[in-house]
Design a protein around this ligand. Structure first.
Ligand code: FEO
Ligand code: CA
Ligand code: CA
Length: 635
């Protein structure tokens, strides 16, 4: 996500102005330790020393691509960078737009005009804005997609004269309606894929949809409000970023930057009891919010009136995509933080393991392990609530450990507080500060997990929001890291429920054309495949890992030669990485899923620039389908 218009300058720029970067780069020792671990899973990763030009980095784009095409598992010829306002896929593949912001999900949503700005009516009957994580489901022979709408662009969705400022409750409601989650049925015929308008499975879940809160923190005083004195019923799901899918066929939507929707109508809002001040500051909840101004027109979001309402956001939410009347469930057992995605996998004994990242500079990686086991067809109650939440510690020697977050290990008063303030719990056990964990994905043909660490310009520069120092460390080896990297770990005993693991870096993004040092990237980065800021990620059924980016697409200076944001595919065994798709300039590529027959790939394009995809003058976030022209498998 970017460009939420929450400040005149971005929060990142504000950080830089106030906390200038160190001039000193003292990380060679950490790099050397990373190099010494080459050999993990076939030894794909090798770095040049800080002073040596990396050989592979000097390949021209053309020769690198030719080499890849000749020897690798990728059934396509990699494409070059692009800087235009279109989508590009390799020769032999095609893409079509499946659903874009404002498209009707129901026939009574037809005629909704996204370019108009201002209309409330119909805003809850159309495909929402800024598509993000998605998952596909096959049910009764139908193809369903559940998909997130992370945020709404205030300046476009409100009348132009308002310049993005809601004028009243109707404006707020409209913004609330255009975010959340869509569930929709899609179908394919000779003309390609389309949304099945009025399907009984179609559904919009938004910022006001009733939800239940379950798990150890449900009913805790910190979750109670005047409207819900039970602390077990809330309204809406917020800033839905990445996704997840359970073995029992439900959708997980992940609440990320929920803090931006809350504000206070009283300046004294910051003067709360200590406990709340701690929680507010760690989670970035301030008096002004990020410009949505919900708090000025909807008291639920006014923290001076409802100080506990923010505690009811920041969770993993489970949705049954096969029942449009089902009530979504907020699972407190999985912890409260700025959730990116939730990668669910089963341990050998059937316990449910969910890997989750907290996408903020210097925050942590988490894992939930259920107490109970999943039995196909059996009850799944409690499997995402009754268990243990862990935070990761990465040692510089290539080993790691999951630290249980409990009252005993953290010194916190109760398990409910541990979960509500999971970040504080992670700090208490000394979890490793990370370079913004985005998506985590597990390899279906090997017991290993990968996590995109998108970038962190504060690495080595300033502490995280909890005051934890963020010196360079093993999996985060570069000070002022503008490129990002992908860390992977292999749990001991081939068991994702194991408390210990070995790790290495699958790739360090970088620019070998600009830098002859660690900022040039790892050996599997070449002039022909370079990118920055890995974010979305997913393994296909063959064990290839697809990587989506949300980075700097200026194509200038340290980002020269990287072009627009893109989707690449990597081979975990050889380390090779090839560019498959490029998005329109201005966009981030995020969200990836496959049709049941694996012959169509669904890909999300968020916040495009230009006039993509219609040419109307108004860019619209959208989901596209990607297929092979010969009808072959794409995943
Ligand atoms: Fe919504 Fe961290 O991306
Ligand atoms: Ca993301
Ligand atoms: Ca991102």
């Amino acid at each position: 996500m970017k460009d939420q218009n929450h400040h005149d300058i971005s929060a990142d720029d504000w950080d830089e102005l106030n906390f200038p970067r160190s001039e000193e780069n003292d990380f060679d020792a950490v790099v050397e330790r990373a190099i010494s671990r080459r050999g993990f899973l076939g030894g794909v990763l090798a770095f040049g020393s800080g002073a040596t030009v990396m050989g592979s980095g000097l390949l021209s784009g053309t020769s690198a691509q030719a080499q890849q095409a000749a020897t690798n598992r990728f059934p396509f010829t990699p494409i070059g960078i692009q800087t235009d306002f279109e989508v590009h896929v390799p020769e032999g593949y095609s893409y079509e737009v499946l659903a874009k912001w404002g498209d009707p999900l129901f026939s009574d949503g037809e005629g909704y005009d996204v370019a108009e700005g201002g209309a409330l009516e119909g805003s809850d009957r159309v495909f929402g804005e800024n598509t993000d994580g998605m998952e596909t489901f096959s049910f009764q022979g139908r193809q369903l997609i559940a998909i997130n709408h992370e945020y709404a662009n205030r300046k476009i969705n409100l009348a132009a004269a308002q310049e993005g400022t809601p004028a009243g409750p109707d404006d707020v409601r409209k913004l609330q309606n255009l975010q959340g989650v869509t569930v929709m049925e899609v179908a394919q015929d000779d003309d390609g894929w389309s949304v099945v308008v009025d399907s009984p499975f179609n559904r919009r879940i938004d910022h006001n949809t009733p939800m239940v809160i379950t798990g150890p923190a449900a009913g805790h005083d910190l979750l109670k409000t005047d409207a819900d004195p039970t602390g077990t019923k809330s309204l809406g799901t917020f800033n839905n970023c990445g996704s997840g899918k359970t073995p029992w066929g439900t959708y997980l939507t992940c609440e990320e930057n929920f803090n931006g929707y809350f504000g206070s109508t009283q300046e004294a809002q910051d003067q709360k009891p200590n406990q709340l001040v701690d929680g507010y500051s760690r989670y970035g909840i301030g008096a002004d919010g990020w410009g949505y101004d919900y708090h000025k027109h909807d008291a639920r979001f006014d923290t001076s009136k409802n100080p506990n309402e923010p505690h009811r956001a920041g969770w993993i939410v489970e949705i049954d995509p096969t029942d449009a009347s089902s009530t979504p469930v907020k699972h407190t057992g999985m912890g409260r933080f700025k959730h990116e995605n939730a990668e669910v996998v089963l341990a050998p004994d059937g316990r449910v393991v969910a890997y989750m990242g907290d996408d903020e500079r210097g925050e942590f990686l988490y894992k939930f392990v259920s107490n109970g086991v999943y039995v196909p067809g059996g009850s799944t109650e409690g499997l995402l609530d009754d268990g243990t939440l862990y935070a990761a510690v990465f040692n510089d020697d290539g080993t790691g450990e999951w630290k249980a977050l409990t009252p005993e290990t953290t010194g916190m008063a109760s398990l409910a507080e541990v979960l509500i303030f999971a970040r504080k719990a992670g700090s208490a056990v000394g979890a490793t500060t990370m370079d913004r964990p985005e998506w985590i994905s597990t390899n279906p043909i090997a017991v290993e997990a990968y996590c995109c660490l998108t970038n962190n310009r504060n690495r080595g520069v300033k502490p995280n929001a909890g005051g934890d120092e963020t010196p360079v460390n093993g999996p985060n080896p570069r000070e002022t890291n503008n490129y990002g990297q992908i860390v992977r770990w292999r749990p001991h005993d081939d068991d994702h429920a194991s408390d210990t693991f070995d790790w290495d870096l699958y790739v360090m993004a970088g620019n070998p054309e600009v830098y002859n040092n660690i900022y040039g990237g790892s050996e599997n980065i070449t002039a022909g495949n370079m990118f920055n800021s890995p974010d979305g990620m997913g393994f296909d059924s063959t064990g290839l890992v697809w990587i989506q980016t949300d980075g700097n697409d200026s194509n200038e200076e340290e980002f020269a030669g990287m072009g627009n944001n893109q989707m690449l595919v990597g081979d975990p065994v050889t380390g090779e990485i090839a560019r498959f798709l490029t998005g329109p300039k201005g966009s981030e590529v995020t969200g990836l899923a496959w049709s049941s027959d694996l012959r169509t790939m669904f890909v999300g394009i968020q916040h495009p620039g230009g006039s993509w995809p219609t040419g109307s003058g108004l860019p619209q976030s959208a989901v596209i389908t990607v297929t092979r022209d010969d009808g072959g498998l794409v995943g």
